[in-house]
Design a protein around this ligand. Structure first.
Ligand SMILES: Cc1cc2nc3c(=O)[nH]c(=O)nc-3n(C[C@H](O)[C@H](O)[C@H](O)COP(=O)(O)O)c2cc1C
Length: 172
């Protein structure tokens, strides 16, 4: 599938069937995350894959899982992430986001519905899954098969700002 076709097909799915995702598809999603670029190629992350009922029940204590059968909790280590010397900015979240974006779009490419979630209780997630203190929990990707019809790939004309409102050429 053409890249823009996949990008337009992806939508945030907030209601999943009980159907598990196939191992071959999960493997391809993880491979997409593995090969993602990170600043200075440091790869300062661990991604926790949750699929069994015990794990999904623990996850539900910290967030709405929308009944998704698979969750990938992205954790990143700010002490390992590249830091810009000029102002000390650590790019932890940027690294974590490109990894999650790769996985999200590969999930769509595999015909799986998904949603990116930041609205979770990090303290509960940390305790329930023994996340080491050096890792920040940055995002969660929920993956599965949606109950309802997917949103239209043509929706962006209405749901996104216009090109001229977002992109500026040469200077502000
Ligand atoms: C960084 C990020 C965080 C998000 N966090 C949440 C969230 O916590 N809960 C949720 O339901 N959706 C979340 N979303 C989904 C967005 O609300 C959604 O992508 C946006 O409204 C556009 O809709 P679409 O994905 O269907 O095109 C998040 C998306 C991104 C990129």
């Amino acid at each position: 599938m053409d890249f823009l076709e996949i990008a337009k097909k992806r939508y945030s799915c907030r209601n999943y069937t009980d159907n598990k995702i196939e191992k071959e598809k999960l493997d391809l999603i993880l491979e997409a995350g593995r090969i993602a670029p990170t600043g200075s190629n440091v790869q300062p992350f661990k991604a926790l894959v949750i699929q069994n009922n015990e794990g999904l029940d623990k996850l539900k204590k910290s967030m709405n899982t929308f009944n998704a059968p698979c969750a990938i909790v992205l954790c990143a280590n700010p002490d390992k992430a590249w830091t810009r010397s000029y102002d000390g900015k650590k790019i932890t979240d940027i690294d974590a986001s490109i990894v999650l974006t790769h996985m999200m779009l590969e999930a769509t490419n595999q015909g799986l519905d998904n949603v990116w979630v930041c609205n979770f209780r990090p303290d509960i997630l940390r305790t329930e899954f023994n996340v080491p203190s050096e890792y920040e929990i940055t995002s969660v990707l929920l993956i599965g098969y949606g109950v309802s019809e997917p949103l239209s790939p043509q929706r962006h004309d209405k749901t996104r700002k216009k090109t001229e409102d977002l992109f500026i050429f040469e200077t502000f």
